[in-house]
Design a protein around this ligand. Sequence first.
Ligand code: AMP
Ligand code: FE
Ligand code: FE
Ligand code: ZN
Length: 284
Amino acid sequence: MSHRLRGQIDPHTHSTASDGTEPPGVVVRRAAELGLEAVALTDHDTTAGWQEALAAGERHGIRTHVGIEVSAEVPRPDRAVPVHLLAHGVAADSPEVTALLRATVEGRRVRMDRMAALVAEDTGWTPEQVWEHVPPGATPGRPHIADALVAAGVVPDRDAAFAGPLRRGGRYHLHHPVPEAADVVRAVRRSGGVVALAHPLTGVRGRNVTREEVEELADLGLAGIELRHREHDAAERDRSARWAAELDLVPLGSSDYHGSGKPNLLGENTTPLELWEELLRRRG
Ligand code: AMP
Ligand code: FE
Ligand code: FE
Ligand code: ZN
């Protein structure tokens, strides 16, 4: 147990309900073992891991929150910018949010079929063999294609897959439809939840949201912003911290843990509980 994690929450983690490699209950157990005061599970575009995470929280005596990392985009005249929005404090049965997530997951399934067909064409596998790398009920994504490519011996690990055929512009990087960020903020707030912008400055080749675009979301009720994240360097942390101060957004730090699917370690970046409470107080 580390003193560093006392009074801290890790508000952004992933499980096998999306592209993490550990079941929700294991992520929560590890958080408890580490000495975190609280943890939040935020799988991509799904609430599928919530029940198991909450049950594990009871069992292991750690305060457990459940949210969603919602895939979205900020429209621009040329090409939209992808963003990830952390939705917290939403009810699992909120019809509006459920409908929005269902549409995204359906689009991800269609994309997965197309990606699996391409991988099958290149490896001699069947598309079904590629699909076997998506855990049952998980939000299908590029990391699962990466796992199939590792199993097929095409690349040594997920990282290499993302540096190669899964990178933007790579053979297996296909588009899937996502909602507009503004609509996500409105829907989550109408459902009694709160939204924080995840890792705003990690876009490929500097294609990131601008301060003006974040300000527009803040005007709609965006309440928080991630600063301390493995993929934000010192300058990016400073820049997002400035936006937090100027736009009155609650500043967050989080691990974005994916089990063994990424180098991010649980609890490597965290948020003081006082700030977390402040975020939740801003619920719609
Ligand atoms: P998708 O949303 O299906 O296009 O896939 C994007 C996901 O891939 C993100 O949520 C990341 O968690 C994951 N990802 C991005 N880069 C890497 C990497 N180098 N290794 C493992 N996972 C990655
Ligand atoms: Fe992910
Ligand atoms: Fe993300
Ligand atoms: Zn994430």
